[in-house]
Design a protein around this ligand. Structure first.
Ligand code: GLU
Length: 472
C-alpha cells in the first residue's frame, strides 16, 4: 500500500464534551496519518438525533483546533448520509443476509429484563426470521427494523495492538442495522462509512472491541475487505479506576479554560499508551509525529494524571520564549496593557507559573492593588514595631530618585542596620504590603517593576490596615 493511500478517521459522536479519551483517539489517528503521510478524516456520527447537539459538534471542532489536530477531509456528517445506509441495508435484505423485524422495542426490552432477572444473557430469538408467510402477511404494513442474520462460526481478526481477537458466533445476536425509523445503528453506519471513505486503519478505544466482530461480519456480507484495527488501551485515573469526573477535569475544554497549553495536553495525551524514546517525556507535536509508533502501543491501561499534566505544562512553558508566552497571553486576553511592562512582569514570574491563568490569578498584584492580605502574613507582621518600620521604610523609599532594584535593596538593608534589625523583618512585611502574599518573586526586582508611586501607596495602605488591626 502506498502511504498516500493510508486513510484514518476520527469519528466522534457529538453528545457531550470532548473527553480526554476521545482526544487521545483523535491525536493517535492524526499522529499516525502525519507520520506515514496518509490522510486524516473527520466524521461526525450524529445519527442519534436525540442526543446529538450542535453545541457538541462545535466543541469537537474547537477542541481539535485548539490541540492543533487538523483534518484533511470532512467533517462528514452521518445525518446527511441516511439514504446511503438505507440503500445498503436494502441490498442485504434482498440477498437474504438481513431480515425485517417487527418486534416492538419495549417488548424486546421486557424479554431482556426477564432473562436478566433469571441471570441469563439475552439474545434475540430470531422471532421474525422464523415467521411463516401467513404470520408475516398481516404485518406487512407495519414499521420494521432490519436485522443482520449472523452466520454460524467464529469471527477472528488481528488487532495491531492486541494480536488476534476471536469471538464465537453464538455470542452474537442478530443485531439491528437499520431501526424502524430508518436510522442506522452505529455498527452499520460505521462500516458503510469506513468502506466508502476508504479507511485503511481504524484506530479507536478498546471499548469498541465488542463491536468489531459485528462490523467484520458486515464487511464479509458485502465481500469487502475490512480495515486494519488498532484498539487503544483504556484510560484510567491514578487510582487505576476508569477515568471519570472523580479524578478531576476530563474534557479538553476544561483544561483549556484552566490555562493549559495545547502543547502540554497533546504531549500528555500522546503518552497514554504509546512509548516514544526511552527516558524522555517532553515532546513537541512535530517530534511526536516523527516518532509515532502505532505498532508499539501498549495494551496495558494507561494512566492519566492531572498532576503530571501540570508538570508537562511547566515543561512546555520552559520551552517557550518570553515573547511567545506573552503573545499567547495577549491572544487569550489574560493580560493587557503596556507591552514593555508585561514583558518585564513575565520575565519575573514565568518560572513560577503552572498554567497560563496563574499570571493573572497568582500575580494580579502586578496589575492592581492587593485587595486582601494573606492571613498568616497578617498575624506575623501587624505588630506596632512593624508599623513603625514601615513608616520609616516608606519615607526612605520616597526619597530615592532612581528606583532601581539594587538601590532599593541598599536602602532596605541600610535601614535594617541602623535599626539593628534582621533584614527579613523589613522584607517580609514589605512583601505582604506590596503583594498581599507571603511569597513572591525577587522582592527588589518586583519593587523596581511596580515603581515608586505604587510601592509607596501600597505601603501607605498597609500601614492603615495594621493601624486598624491594632486599634481593635
Ligand atoms: N462514534 C463512535 C464513538 O465516538 C466511533 C467509534 C469508532 O471509532 O468506530 O465512540
Amino acid at each position: 500500500m502506498k502511504n498516500t493511500e493510508i486513510r484514518v478517521r476520527f469519528a466522534p459522536s457529538p453528545t457531550g464534551f470532548m473527553h480526554i479519551g476521545n482526544a487521545r483517539t483523535a491525536l493517535y489517528n492524526y499522529l499516525f496519518a502525519r507520520n506515514v503521510g496518509g490522510r486524516f478524516i473527520l466524521r461526525v456520527e450524529d445519527t442519534d438525533f436525540e442526543r446529538s447537539t450542535q453545541q457538541a459538534k462545535e466543541v469537537i471542532f474547537s477542541s481539535l483546533k485548539f490541540l492543533g489536530i487538523e483534518w484533511d477531509e470532512g467533517p462528514y456528517y452521518q445525518s446527511e448520509r441516511i439514504h446511503l445506509y438505507q440503500e445498503f441495508a436494502k441490498e442485504l435484505l434482498k440477498r437474504g443476509i438481513a431480515y425485517k423485524c417487527y418486534c416492538e422495542p419495549q417488548e424486546l426490552e421486557q424479554r431482556r429484563l426477564m432473562m436478566q432477572a433469571a441471570g441469563k444473557p439475552y439474545k434475540y430469538e430470531r422471532t421474525c426470521y422464523h415467521l411463516t408467510p401467513e404470520e408475516k402477511q398481516p404485518k406487512e404494513n407495519l414499521p420494521f427494523a432490519i436485522r443482520f442474520l449472523v452466520p454460524p462460526g467464529e469471527v477472528t481478526f488481528p488487532d495491531l495492538i492486541r494480536g488476534n481477537i476471536t469471538i464465537k458466533g453464538e455470542e452474537l445476536e442478530d443485531f439491528v442495522l437499520l431501526r424502524s425509523d430508518g436510522t442506522p445503528t452505529y455498527n452499520f453506519a460505521c462500516v458503510i462509512d469506513d468502506y466508502s471513505m476508504k479507511i485503511t486503519q481504524v484506530i479507536r478505544g478498546e471499548d469498541h472491541i465488542p463491536n468489531t466482530p459485528k462490523q467484520i461480519l458486515i464487511y464479509k456480507a458485502y465481500q469487502w475487505e475490512h480495515p486494519i484495527y488498532a484498539h487503544l488501551p483504556m484510560i484510567m485515573g491514578p487510582d487505576h479506576t476508569k477515568l471519570s469526573k472523580r479524578h478531576g477535569a476530563t474534557s479538553v475544554e476544561a483544561y483549556r479554560e484552566m490555562g493549559y497549553l495545547p502543547e502540554a495536553l497533546v504531549n500528555a495525551l500522546a503518552m497514554l499508551g504509546a512509548s516514544f524514546e526511552p527516558d524522555r517525556e517532553v515532546y513537541r507535536l512535530d517530534e511526536l509525529i516523527k516518532l509515532f509508533p502505532l505498532n508499539n502501543v501498549s495494551k496495558k491501561a494507561a494512566v492519566f494524571n492531572a498532576e503530571k499534566l501540570k508538570w508537562f505544562n511547566r515543561e512546555h512553558i520552559k520551552l517557550m520564549t518570553t515573547e511567545g508566552l506573552l503573545l499567547r497571553l495577549l491572544e487569550l486576553g489574560l493580560v493587557s496593557g503596556d507591552i514593555n511592562y508585561l514583558r518585564r512582569v513575565l520575565t519575573l514570574v514565568r518560572d513560577r507559573i503552572t498554567v497560563l491563568n496563574d499570571v493573572y490569578n497568582e500575580f494580579n498584584y502586578f496589575f492592581e492593588e492587593p485587595k486582601t492580605y494573606d492571613d498568616t502574613g497578617l498575624v506575623n507582621w501587624s505588630g506596632k514595631e512593624v508599623l513603625e518600620n514601615l513608616r520609616l521604610l516608606k519615607d526612605k523609599l520616597s526619597e530615592l530618585t532612581d528606583f532601581l532594584a539594587s538601590l532599593i535593596e541598599k536602602a532596605v538593608r541600610t535601614l535594617a542596620e541602623e535599626k539593628n534589625l534582621k533584614a527579613k523583618n523589613l522584607i517580609h512585611p514589605l512583601r505582604l504590603a506590596l503583594s498581599g502574599k507571603t511569597v513572591s518573586p525577587g522582592l527588589f526586582e518586583m519593587m523596581e517593576l511596580l515603581g515608586k508611586t505604587r510601592v509607596v501607596t501600597r505601603i501607605g495602605a498597609f500601614i492603615e490596615k495594621i493601624k486598624q488591626i491594632n486599634d481593635r
